[in-house]
Design a protein around this ligand. Structure first.
Ligand code: C2E
Ligand code: MG
Ligand code: MG
Ligand code: MG
Length: 288
């Protein structure tokens, strides 16, 4: 098989590749093309304070405005970006775009950016972050990088080094999908984590399942006990919000507060304003 960059078509010249391998190569070629032809978008989902429901910041979530397949969620293409160089290029695009976007927001608002394990371990990752901050003018304290437990579990020296470089620069780290991996405790122990994000699979059942409630209560207490910020992900209704607030969780994210959406055309550039009222309705469906 051969990837023809100019036409972004994968041609199979022999029978040596399976259909799924061809699909994989085609997707990677399409994704490279998407990067070059400006088809990637960042949607932003609000992160709010549960105490008063004011806006604290946004998480950047990648979307692909595919010319024929429509708006694609990350689950439809990110895992397929198996090629290291492609992973790094995508990651760099996301990081820079998010920093430039956030630099135009009111100064109190922070931006969260998801970082893949592979990209974090690439040489030059810390430099990329520092450059994106310097060029966009975003203060490092306003950037939080979200990593998953598996990143921490497989933390190589290169990863640990990159982590200390970015945290030394003032950037903070969030442990995403907290509670779903095998190594949450190890991750908290090894890495300078600032925030834990309780996975939405737990939040979904917190009001109805006593055992899940006990688990979430434990996760919240663990985070607070270690002096970390705790964000509950995937809050879809106000009963869940009430439960979490009553159990000490101070920050949240979820459809109840806002879906991922393109930034409003004009984000107020000054003042300590609550933007939740100015958010567009957001996308109607997000595939899981
Ligand atoms: P995540 O970082 O845990 O992001 C939260 C996911 O939950 C997002 O899915 C978001 O749309 C969804 N979500 C938020 N609130 C609710 C809710 O109330 N109910 C339900 N059912 N879902 C909710 P999305 O955007 O499809 O992203 C999926 C995952 O893809 C992310 O999980 C993250 O791991 C990854 N991802 C997204 N953008 C990027 C990126 O720019 N770079 C990297 N490396 N990974 C990304
Ligand atoms: Mg995340
Ligand atoms: Mg998550
Ligand atoms: Mg997730």
């Amino acid at each position: 098989a051969q990837v023809d960059g100019s036409r972004a078509r994968v041609e199979v010249h022999d029978g040596g590749l399976s259909d799924s391998e061809v699909d994989q190569l085609q997707l990677e070629a399409d994704l490279r093309h998407a990067l070059e032809s400006d088809e990637l978008r960042l949607f932003y989902q609000p992160i709010v304070s549960l105490a008063d429901e004011t806006l604290l910041g946004y998480e950047a979530l990648i979307r692909w405005e595919h010319p024929t397949r429509g708006l694609l969620p990350p689950g439809a293409f990110l895992a397929a970006a198996e090629d290291n160089r492609l992973t790094s290029r995508l990651g760099a695009w996301v990081l820079r775009q998010a920093c430039f976007d956030a630099a135009g927001w009111p100064a109190g608002l922070r931006v969260h950016v998801n970082v893949s394990a592979r990209h974090l371990a690439e040489p030059g990752f810390a430099e990329l972050v520092v450059d994106a901050l310097a060029e966009s003018g975003l203060a490092p304290e306003r950037l939080e990088l979200e990593i998953t437990e598996s990143t921490a579990l497989f933390a190589a020296d290169a990863t640990l080094h990159a982590v200390s470089e970015v945290t030394d620069a003032g950037v903070t780290l969030a442990l995403d999908d907290f509670g779903t991996g095998y190594s949450a405790i190890t991750a908290l122990h090894r890495l300078p984590i600032h925030t834990v994000k309780i996975d939405r699979s737990f939040v979904a059942d917190v009001v109805t399942e006593p055992s899940t409630a006990a688990l979430v209560q434990g996760l919240v207490q663990l985070g607070l006990g270690m002096g970390l910020q705790v964000i509950a992900e995937g809050i879809e209704d106000l009963d869940q919000a009430d439960w979490l607030r009553e159990h000490g969780c101070e920050m949240a994210q979820g459809y109840a507060f806002g879906r991922p959406a393109p930034l409003p055309a004009t984000v107020p550039s000054t003042g300590d304003v609550d933007l939740t009222g100015t958010l567009p309705p957001g996308e109607v469906t997000v595939q899981d």
